[in-house]
Design a protein around this ligand. Structure first.
Ligand SMILES: [Zn+2]
Length: 368
């Protein structure tokens, strides 16, 4: 049985542990102790060393030789401010005291996974192999997931508990995402004495920007210029401008096409002004799309019936660790746990949502 008091107490303990990205040491130690005491094989990988963090991903395995392998994952890091988090429970809702985030993103996911494993062990049911992954540095670019040695564990499916929306919310589609910098290099000159000797990089960039596609391009694709930096003094022809650009699409091919077109426009415009263009814009992570008749959704449908929690499929504009695993060929999906106002000091989560998400993932394990 899912123990409602135990899962919430564990959640409250964990949010009090400060764990900004690349500083997850205390959280990793807490989990290692907790999971070892539960009798699981616990491993810490070297993801921290790779990225300059003080902890690696924590991986705990509940073996079931010859059975299907299910990966469940939530990330250990939270956004800031998270130095001192004081959770407040009122009318079934948990919030911070307003001076920090709560960190339900994603410690609610961790609490649910741990409680699910306890439930499976206590009820002594037949179960698939469970691989629990608690990743580092998700918030700064899915770094922990990227360095996870998936080949070691070979999961059949991955369930990431890292979405808003009440339990039963299933993110079946997320975009491919690209970002990076475009630099236009013009030529400096005194703006008053000899402007004709200069090439204003911003003028070049502006011409290009009027030609590229920005904003919502179609129902699947968006692009944006978020940061523009250039210039040092008002009497100097701006020699260089740097543009930070991002684009997303549910279609990988469309995204590739858009990047090619956009970079060509910048290059050609620069050339026509006698300027230069350098760019490093690349696809950071793959999107995923889970088809309606997929095995993964069949398992979820079965679990939803068992747990009496209705499924609601949605698409999301953001990425999470599921995008990384899915890019490596593992059918992966992100599940809602009701966290709301994430990445703000008004972040909250309902007790009932943590409990129901735990019941749903416990039912998933019993539905395979
Ligand atoms: Zn998250």
């Amino acid at each position: 049985m899912v123990d409602e008091v135990r899962v919430i107490n564990n959640f409250l303990n964990m949010v009090k542990i400060s764990s900004p990205s690349l500083n997850e040491r205390e959280m990793a130690d807490y989990l290692k102790k907790e999971l070892s005491e539960m009798g699981l094989v616990v491993i810490e990988d070297n993801a921290g060393d790779k990225y300059g963090g003080n902890a690696g991903n924590i991986i705990a395995v509940l073996p079931a030789p010859g059975k299907k392998k299910l990966l469940f994952s939530a990330h250990m890091d939270t956004v800031v401010p998270c130095e001192k988090i004081t959770p407040i429970v009122k009318d079934g809702v948990i919030s911070s005291d307003g001076t920090s985030v709560l960190g339900a993103d994603d410690k609610a996911g961790i609490a649910a996974i741990i409680e699910m494993i306890r439930d499976i062990k206590e009820t002594n049911v037949e179960h698939p192999e469970i691989i629990a992954v608690f990743s580092i540095a998700e918030e700064i670019g899915l770094l922990g997931a990227q360095s996870l040695e998936l080949d070691k564990y070979k999961p059949d499916y991955a369930f990431i508990i890292d979405s808003g929306g009440t339990p039963g919310t299933v993110v079946v589609q997320t975009p491919y995402s690209a970002k990076g910098e475009i630099k236009i290099i013009g030529k400096t000159a005194h703006a008053g004495l000899a402007p004709e000797l200069g090439i204003n990089a911003l003028t070049v960039a502006s011409h290009a920007i009027t030609k590229i596609k920005l904003g919502r391009i179609d129902s699947e694709t968006t692009s944006n210029i978020g940061i523009v930096k250039g210039g040092s003094a008002v009497n100097i022809v701006m020699p260089e401008v740097s543009i930070t650009y991002e684009a997303r699409s549910f279609s990988g091919d469309k995204l590739k096409g858009l990047l090619k077109e956009t970079m060509e426009i910048f290059e050609e415009t620069a050339k026509s002004f006698g300027a230069k263009c350098e760019h490093q814009v690349s696809i950071g992570y793959s999107g995923y799309k889970i088809e309606e008749d997929s095995e993964l959704l069949k398992i979820l449908a079965k679990a939803s019936e068992k747990a009496e929690i209705e499924l609601k499929t949605v698409s999301s504009g953001g990425g999470c660790d599921a995008n990384i695993y899915s890019g490596r060929g593992i059918p992966s999906i992100n599940l809602g746990i009701g966290m709301s106002n994430v990445h703000t000091c008004n972040e909250t989560i309902k007790i009932v949502d943590i409990v129901n998400c735990t019941k749903l993932i416990s039912a998933i394990v019993k539905s395979v």
